[in-house]
Ligand binder design. Structure first.
Ligand SMILES: Cc1ncc(COP(=O)(O)O)c(C=O)c1O
Length: 380
């Protein structure tokens, strides 16, 4: 039997392109798309995801992002060093001490305070370069973002700063993934009012934007000049309810192989603590994947995996490097057979969202966690 790695995350880059096209179709040709590739491309690879959607790396016009979004300056530098030429926006802003790198690498930070803007102005002065920024207005997320009443005074101050150009005004939705639209519409109204006031005062800001993935699909009236999809690019729904017609392709598949099979007698227990007792004579298979490689221990007993396209139950406590599944129902199941933790086979599918639901979390966390801990490989 040939060598196989304990578990492997396969990233299908063509799925990212497919999902990007769905966003393009939704927003139309006049709205720009900033592809959010922060946090290592939600576990899919920062550089690999960005290159796939970059015209400098061969993406065609309707498959190419207009800009990329990262959380931190360091991620922006990584993209620049990889040769990405598009605008790179730092959604989390420049942290203290990172300002000087912003003009060097032509990054575009979001800003949430006048203090942050002043720090960037000083960095621009040192580098003798104007720094483009996007002012992030807090309309209800209450995390980053400028209080609404500070936005106009800040814009007035910015117009006096020699090394700052306010290129964008944006907000971030806290409720767009919910079925009940009330709270998100309240946020949107606040932002819309702000945009009107800013225009009335004559500030020319080229790029107004608000929508994350959920906003793109549920609030077409909020597309403005640009949208910022993240999770949908990787093929998961942002919604906590079934949203019709998304037609996304999951880009991440997580597989492993059976390394050992034990015949157990009724009454035997499985794994640490013996939390699982077999209720009849059973065949229990060991998979070489555990919490050290992305399979949360809190999923113990709560997930199924696919073997030959059939769902089988994970049993007993998930260990650091191994976990057990009950393969009694699979005829003549053998060592070396593939087991799918996330992915589809023969019409049966286990999604990151399903795994997240069993954990009491969201697909975002599963993607980031699995993608960073398991070995990754790419297919086009
Ligand atoms: C400012 C901002 N815009 C867009 C996104 C993308 O969000 P999503 O992955 O839900 O599309 C994020 C992610 O958290 C964000 O922080």
């Amino acid at each position: 039997m040939p060598y196989f790695p304990p578990s492997i995350v396969t990233i299908d880059l063509s799925a990212i392109t497919h999902n990007f096209r769905k966003v393009k179709k939704r927003v139309g040709p006049s709205v720009k798309v900033l592809a959010v590739v922060k946090s290592d491309g939600y576990g899919h690879g920062l550089v690999q995801a960005a290159k796939r959607l970059s015209s400098s790396f061969g993406a065609s016009r309707d498959e190419a992002a207009d800009a990329f979004g990262v959380s931190f300056v360091q991620e922006g530098i990584t993209l620049r060093k990889a040769g990405v030429k598009e605008p790179i926006m730092v959604l989390g802003g420049a942290l203290h001490g990172e300002e000087d790198a912003v003009p060097v690498h032509s990054l575009v930070p979001f800003v949430s305070s006048m203090e942050g803007i002043q720090r960037l102005n000083a960095a621009g002065k040192k580098a003798r370069r104007k720094i483009k920024v996007h002012i992030k207005a807090d309309t209800g997320m209450s995390r980053l973002g400028m209080p609404l009443k500070e936005v106009l005074p800040s814009l007035r101050e910015c117009s006096k700063l020699k090394f700052i150009k306010v290129e964008g005004l944006c907000t971030h939705f806290a409720f767009a993934f919910l079925k009940d639209k009330k709270k998100n519409l309240r946020q949107l109204k606040r932002f819309d009012n702000l945009v009107q006031e800013v225009r009335k005062e004559g500030h020319a800001i080229p790029t107004i934007h608000a929508c994350n993935s959920a906003g793109i699909f549920a609030y077409p009236e909020a597309h403005y000049d640009m949208v910022r999809p993240g999770i949908v690019l990787y093929g998961s729904s942002p919604f906590d309810y079934p949203f019709p017609g998304l037609d996304l392709k999951p880009a991440m598949r997580w597989t492993t192989r059976i390394v050992h099979i034990r015949e157990l007698k009724k009454g035997d227990t499985v794994s640490y603590g013996g939390n699982f007792t077999v209720s009849r004579d059973s065949r229990i298979a060991a998979l070489p994947v555990g919490y050290a490689r992305g399979l949360f221990r809190n999923l113990s007993g709560r997930i199924q995996v696919l073997v030959r396209g059939r769902r089988v139950q994970q049993v007993g406590t998930i260990c650091m490097d191994f976990t057990s599944i009950d393969v009694s129902a699979i005829d003549n199941c053998r060592v070396g057979e593939e087991a799918i933790l996330i992915g589809s086979e023969n019409g049966e599918e286990i999604t990151a969202s399903e795994m997240a639901g069993n954990l009491g979390s969201i697909s975002y966390e599963i993607h980031c966690h699995v993608g960073s801990l398991a070995k990754r490989r790419y297919v086009k």
